[in-house]
Design a protein around this ligand. Sequence first.
Ligand code: BES
Ligand code: ZN
Length: 639
Amino acid sequence: MPDPTSQSNYLQISTEHVYFDWNVDFQQKVISGFAVHNLIVKQDGVREVVFDTADLAVESAEIHGQIVAYELKPKDAVMGSALHIPLPSDLKSGSSISVKVTYKTTKDCTALQWLEKEQTQGKTFPYLFSQCQPIYARALAPLQDTSSVKIKYSAKVKSVLPVLLSAIRKSPPSEGPAHDGKTIGKDVVTYSYEQPVPIPSYLLAIACGNVRYRPFPKIDGKDWTCGVWAEPELIDAAYWEFSEDTGRFLAAEEEVVTPYRFGVYDLLVLPPSFPYGGMENACLTFLTPTLLAGDRTLVDVVVHELTHSWFGNGVTHAEASHFWLNEGWTTYIERLLQQVLHSPAHRGFSFVIGSKALTDSLKEYSDRPKYQRLIIGFERGEDPDEAYSSVPYEKGANFLLHLERTLGGLDVFLPYVKDYVNTFIGKSITTEQWKSHLYSYFEKYGHDKVKALDSIDWNAWFYGEGLELPVKMEYDLTLAEQAYTLAERWNNSRDTSDPSQLGFKASDLKGFDTNQIIAFLERLQSYSALPSTHVSHLGKLYQLSDSSNAEIRLRFYGVALADPSSPAAKSFAIDAANWVVGDDGTGVVKGRMKFCRPVFRAVHRVDQKLSVAVFSKSKDAFHPIARKLIEKDLGINAS
Ligand code: BES
Ligand code: ZN
């Protein structure tokens, strides 16, 4: 079955290479230019090439320098407008053809957010960044926007601000003077990039703003480089947060899997409206600035993103229904690295924290049980963003952990992991292909392993719905114990009316790291809601209600808003809503959807009007993708 999210005819003819020639226009807020596709014919006599587009203003199409008549079909709400371009007759399978499309993005572009200078750290220059996964690359360029097609690309981008792409920089040098020594914000500089490793379209990315580079220490014997990009005001903090771990984890991952193939692994710390924690754009992971906690406790997001270099960017899911192959595998391996570089207890602890996220997501989809499945089976034109949740991450990672244990532990499983990556790297695959390789790999190791595989309830893992995993999983709870004990003390204190008499002390959290505070607050949420007097006391005593760590603050609001009808819920809801939109004195929006969506949903449960009013006032602060999804969550008709 072809990719249900794409209208392109990639099975008949498919892109091998694209050249982008772009101008970034901050005044008009458009990218204009052209894309030249080099395509390979897959089917004799193919009559046209069909590209995905969304809200693009197409100006012309040319084949080998000749203008041709194209047709831009009406817009499908999810898939966009198919761009049909006729081809010369009698094309033979295996032959190649080049097609040029000249176009501009428009103000409705969902892939791009154009920030005013006030929305940046430095407040001096505007900023632009993209988010193409899952299906927004088509809003940036006409493409066969399916993860089944892998393309190489090269690009020249002209801009008055430094440009970063998900590729290798050719010129000017990253380590040279910023903006090639020209005046930032005024002079136009051409940035050249090349991506020689074929990647799926969702890994295309551009960022453009007043950014600087700082390389991380070189690791002996490695020919790849890594470093961090950020606005100058944040570059020291960003370097401190990530320089210790990035190269170390990348090197460790090469031991576990195979060598790193992309040459460069850089991080970019984005402005706060970036809608994800991290996004594994090729050569250049995008990160939310909320990771700059000042204590290196949130680097697991970097470990996750760099793991995608193999699982996702290397071995890619063929289409959205098999998204777990990207995220479940990445989560599983990310946690394995926690074990290799920290301890088995750290791995167990990540699964503990993940299981709360899984339960929340499964509950969220009680009315749409299809999205509780590991393999979703999207209908044509169904929006993969509607299904985005922790399910593919956590169900997927637990499934692999269960396989690891069933097959005899890491000694048996790790050599298989290498073989899996070596077999499929550079390809796009379905769950069926993954499973048949798994069987053929273990068949070589005899009857016992095959019997072990046969004991797996495949159907329950792939298509099971409901709130439970098919198997009850046990995790190492060492790092969670203290947090659980403290949560239990609070739970047992609920009948005491004056919480200041309870004997809790600020030092109760002494020695807790961020994840342990999270585990404490999540455990509290598993009990019935605490009285609001207790919640207020808890928030102040442990400085949770004004924590600058967004992960902690989110969990505090989870506790505070657990009972929407409690007397204090309204006041907590106001605090939470203000925090998300930056009306808490910081002016910093929490654009990461992991934070803003659950908070808006919780506020909505307390007071619908309040949630809609606060969001509507601040909606321009959010990325178009976040805006779209929050509007759905709050039942607002899209504008
Ligand atoms: N690739 C995802 C982000 C994504 C997925 C964007 C689907 C759009 C559609 C990225 O690797 C990711 O998983 N980010 C997580 C990080 C976390 C699991 C450590 C996030 O943003 O929360
Ligand atoms: Zn991921």
